[in-house]
Ligand binder design. Structure first.
Ligand code: PEP
Length: 250
């Protein structure tokens, strides 16, 4: 049985005042079958983890370097994130793939580093609009999946986030049939590698313009184990109903 996961990606948003939103989310009653994770910018990680300590809310990061330490100015390693209180790290987000030239091979090395540091790797993938229009969405996502997964993957240390690039921050959504087709396809590819047993336990999240008013329909879609939420995770008043919608799927 896979636990549902509502994960918030704050991206490059939030200064100390935003910790009040962490406090509000930490005060929500824990839903028995739902994990809630917020990934603030690195500058807020330690303070956010302190606010969430002793509650059901967990805190994650948005990227890590593949090396544990060294001469990499401006980078942050997976052990550093864990030391700051992170329990997970988002990797391979389309904004990093586009803005920083990250390839799936880069993502695989980072995911291995995350696993070695005891972090859950949330591996993001998804097609561009052109790739979908060309009928290549399933193949593109499967290729990203195969290349991004390190050998250290297991059912609990890895989460896949299917995020069609054209749906991120745009208010546009794939149909639930398209989401179901993609999630089923990714689950089948996971059964090829790392194997059926692990594939059955890996959570596959949908991400891209999830809002309070569309969350229930997305969460009712087969093989959707939760969501990676950008804009609507910045305010507890928006994220809380999404968490509730997930909890209602039972
Ligand atoms: C994201 O950045 O991962 C994301 C899904 O953003 P949004 O929810 O704002 O589309």
């Amino acid at each position: 049985m896979r636990r549902k996961l509502a994960a918030g990606n704050w991206k490059m948003n939030g200064e100390r005042a935003a910790l009040d939103e962490i406090g509000l989310l930490a005060a929500l009653p824990a839903a028995a079958a739902v994990d809630v994770l917020v990934c603030p910018p690195a500058t807020l990680l330690a303070a956010a983890a302190e606010r969430a300590a002793g509650t059901a809310l967990t805190i994650g990061a948005q990227d890590c370097h593949h090396a544990p330490s060294g001469a990499h100015t401006g980078d942050i390693s997976a052990p550093m994130l864990a030391d700051a209180g992170a329990r997970a790290v988002i990797l391979g987000h389309s904004e990093r793939r586009a803005d920083h030239g990250e390839t799936s091979e880069t993502v695989r090395r980072k995911a291995a580093a995350a696993h070695a540091a005891g972090l859950v790797a949330i591996i993001c993938l998804g097609e561009t609009e052109t790739e979908r229009d060309q009928g290549r969405a399933l193949d593109v996502a499967a290729d990203q999946l195969a290349r991004s997964l390190p050998d250290s993957v297991d059912a609990l240390n890895t989460v896949i986030a299917y995020e069609p690039v054209w749906a991120i921050g745009t208010g546009r959504l794939p149909s639930t049939a398209q989401i179901a087709e993609m999630h089923g396809h990714l689950r089948a590819r996971l059964a090829d590698r790392p194997g059926a047993g692990i594939a059955a336990g890996i959570r596959i999240l949908y991400g891209g313009s999830v809002k309070p008013d569309n969350a229930a329909a997305i969460f009712a879609t087969p093989d959707v184990d939760g969501a990676l939420v950008g804009g609507a995770s910045l305010k507890a008043a928006d994220f809380a109903p999404i968490i509730e919608a997930l909890a209602a799927t039972g």
